[in-house]
Design a protein around this ligand. Sequence first.
Ligand SMILES: NC(=O)c1ccc[n+]([C@@H]2O[C@H](COP(=O)([O-])OP(=O)(O)OC[C@H]3O[C@@H](n4cnc5c(N)ncnc54)[C@H](O)[C@@H]3O)[C@@H](O)[C@H]2O)c1
Length: 362
Amino acid sequence: MKDMKKWKVAIVGCGDIAEHTYMPHMHRNVQAEVTACCDLKPERTALFQEQFGIKRAYSTVDELLANEDFEILMDTASIPAHYEINMKALKAGKHLYSQKPIGLSVEQATDMIETAKAAGLVFSASPIHMLRNDIREAKRIIDGGLIGKVTLARAMAAHGGPEYFQYRVNDPSWFYEPGAGALYDLGVHALHMVTGLLGPAREVSCTAAVSSPARLVRSGNFNGKPIESNKLFDNYLIHLNFGGGTIADIVTGFCVKATTAPSLEIYGEYGSIIFTDDPRNPLALYIDEPDRKIRGWIEPRPQERPEPEFFQCGCIADLINAIENRRPSGLPPEHARHVIDLICNIEQSAHDGQVHKLTTTF
Ligand SMILES: NC(=O)c1ccc[n+]([C@@H]2O[C@H](COP(=O)([O-])OP(=O)(O)OC[C@H]3O[C@@H](n4cnc5c(N)ncnc54)[C@H](O)[C@@H]3O)[C@@H](O)[C@H]2O)c1
């Protein structure tokens, strides 16, 4: 333990997720220390320095890269800024964890993946679902054949909009501007979970609508501010075809004020897996075993403890472990690229009404 290296991390984008999800828990990553922060808004870096004791602050990524000695860049900036920040980090030889989506096109994702590979850097891509115990347990159940061939998956990743309930310090209007939107912010979660469990999709189609073209911020510092939300779809019904008789249905958008629907359901020829969203009993499993004449529901007892409070910071623990053991990240950017491929084709299908074929895999 005495010789354990402490890796220097710089965080770029001192917004909502950095303040509330990562920074309060980063110190529990015994092998990581956030030594610098960076944001276009000086009031945000000032707050981070004061609240989290970060030594140095920068207002641009160029300034950070030119002046700070560190090894890992954590990109938690707004979605449209990711590609530029990520490319600069990789070109400067930094290992990288990027919030989702890592870029806005398959070409951008390939660019980053190849730059990281050529430089021998570990590149880890949000979201964190494939490191979750419940997702990994579901994957073990599926891969072990307990529910037979998967026939259908249903996923729901929707809420009432970032302006509705997230009590944001920053103005949430950017979520409704081109380069952002519900699909990139929220649909990405369901797409990652479903493809993470079932593998790459072959075809996609979508019906989408602008259902709430004008909104009012209902929480946080900008409470009461109107938002024009008519430029992007905010309500999506997505259909995926994996080939071999396996299909999936995904609901996503910023038009669901509240729901009790499970976030994910997987149906197989011999059973079902339902995500309960209860951290102590995260899965309900139905099995139908014709040979043993047993059918019914069980609550599989998790083999691992529920995720700790600081689980989201596990992305950095995984990244450091990958660097030290010369293995790929547990959150591979090739998976993220497939999801970006899906997102781009979903948008096109929503406009042209056609079924689109995917070109990427992972
Ligand atoms: N907030 C959440 O609950 C949440 C959850 C999951 C994922 N995310 C993701 O995290 C990312 C950030 O979201 P957020 O909610 O924290 O947004 P936010 O608007 O609160 O914060 C984004 C911050 O990035 C800064 N920024 C933008 N461009 C920059 C640049 N070029 N250089 C440096 N700083 C820059 C902005 O000034 C702002 O402070 C997005 O990818 C989002 O999808 C957020």
